[in-house]
Design a protein around this ligand. Structure first.
Ligand code: HEC
Length: 122
């Protein structure tokens, strides 16, 4: 479990930090609080470079949307995919297997997650 660490307040920089940056920081803080992100000890030589890594547990929890955005847009746009939203799992199984045969990088588990997620889109 991660202790009650927190970040220093922004002080006079408050006005100069874009809201989206603040929102991202809040998200990261929440993840740290939940133990989803591993924070390196300050005396780690790689601190700040390699030490912001999602915990193994978080990595296991696969997100269909993230997988589609990452692995399914290598050869064509997302529009090719969104145009087919509303189709069922049988349709997507056929498509995803066809895409894997074409070269999409998905292992067995990721394939299942992606098919389920696509079939849940309307
Ligand atoms: C290695 C390249 C590649 C990747 C990665 C890829 N596709 Fe495709 N995709 C294609 C090609 C080429 C076509 C057009 C050929 C065709 O129409 O069969 C296509 C067409 C499609 C179509 C249109 C329907 C069809 O059969 O024409 C859909 C839907 C689709 N892809 C979904 C996906 C999904 C979902 C993923 C991620 C799992 C993905 N693609 C990843 C190459 C790729």
């Amino acid at each position: 479990m991660v202790g009650p660490a927190t970040l220093a307040p922004y002080h006079e920089w408050e006005d100069q930090i874009p809201d989206e940056v603040k929102a991202t920081i809040e998200e990261i803080k929440a993840l740290i609080a939940e133990g989803e992100v591993e924070v390196c000890p300050a005396d780690d030589p790689d601190w700040g470079v390699a030490c912001f890594k999602p915990s193994a547990e978080a990595a296991e929890e696969m997100d269909g949307e993230a997988l589609v955005n990452e692995r399914c847009t290598v050869c064509h746009g997302l529009n090719e995919i969104t145009a087919n939203y509303g189709q069922d799992a049988a349709f997507w199984t056929e498509i995803v297997d066809e895409m894997i045969a074409t070269g999409a990088q998905l292992d067995e588990e990721e394939r299942e997650v992606v098919i389920d997620w696509l079939a849940s889109q309307e």
